[in-house]
Design a binder for this molecule. Structure first.
Ligand SMILES: C[S@@+](CC[C@H](N)C(=O)[O-])C[C@H]1O[C@@H](n2cnc3c(N)ncnc32)[C@H](O)[C@@H]1O
Length: 260
């Protein structure tokens, strides 16, 4: 990061001035450096109830603060009202932050808000946060995976859109260390009953300037993995599930180069 990048919200590479920012599980010191940079430049912030006051203290005094609520049983705005307020703020202010607890893309409805903005001609950027599972596990000394005791992690919503528990019907699977095992992984998933047209996305060097995204369907996974391995020697993840279709293929992560 150069000095200028600590001063600007909108950068040459970062054309968008709307940010979905993950605030982490609560401890302000678990915010990312990028989140702190963008928060310190925000003109308007829409924030959820779980955001701690110490994190809001990082906002400039001039910043307009909009509390969206969103605690179980105490919603102060509907999702539609949040979407509309976010859009109005995006049209009015030059640096707008939608601040969410944990990670915006894990049970945070960040995907819906991103889609809403996109459908109205506004591209937002996402800054991930430490999700509650990671934060709480670290705080309590629970290793989420362990070579001897656990080789997978399932993050499950405890309630559905109808406010009740629903079983794991449409999970997103993410395989770490899987590119060289794409053949057996594919065979296993097909055997489990997954449709061969299930969307997949392979991401190598994620978040780095050399990030690459390969997209396709499950039956093509072994071939896509070969492509990814021949295009890059970097680390990779395999995403399997309907949401993988939403990946921006070939997208480069926005570099943190500031406008000169
Ligand atoms: C709507 S979900 C949002 C999850 C968030 N996007 C994330 O990535 O952690 C809110 C739920 O996350 C869990 N949660 C969030 N912060 C937590 C914390 N500091 N300690 C324990 N659970 C937490 C609780 O189950 C809470 O009801």
């Amino acid at each position: 990061m150069n000095n200028n990048s600590t001063m600007t919200c909108r950068t040459r590479a970062e054309k968008s001035s709307v940010w979905l920012v993950g605030a982490g599980p609560g401890d302000p010191e678990l915010l990312t450096v990028k989140a702190v940079r963008i928060l310190s430049q925000a003109d308007a912030v829409l924030y959820d109830s779980l955001i701690s006051p110490q994190i809001l203290d990082l906002l400039p005094r001039r910043c307009t603060r909009i509390h969206t609520g969103k605690r179980c049983g105490a919603h102060s705005m509907t999702q539609q009202e949040i979407n509309q307020t976010l859009l109005a703020a995006a049209r009015k202010y030059s640096c707008v932050v939608r601040l969410k607890g944990g990670d915006p893309f894990i049970f945070g409805r960040g995907g819906e808000e991103l889609e809403y903005l996109h459908n109205h001609g506004i591209e937002a950027s996402v800054i991930p946060g430490i999700t509650a599972a990671g934060g709480c596990a670290a705080a309590a000394g629970i290793p989420l995976t362990h070579r001897d005791y656990g080789n997978a992690l399932v993050l499950h919503s405890g309630h559905s859109r109808f406010n009740e528990f629903s079983p794991c019907q449409n999970p997103t699977r993410v395989f770490y260390m899987g590119l060289r095992q794409a053949g057996p992984i594919t065979a296993h998933l097909l055997q489990q009953g997954l449709d061969e047209e299930t969307p997949v996305a392979l991401i190598t060097n994620g978040t780095l300037p050399q990030q690459q995204v390969h997209k396709g369907v499950l039956s093509d996974l072994p071939w896509l993995a070969q492509q990814a391995l021949s295009d890059s020697t970097g680390p990779g993840l395999i995403f399997v599930g309907d949401v993988a279709a939403m990946a921006r293929a070939g997208s480069q992560h926005k570099a943190s180069q500031a406008v000169a």
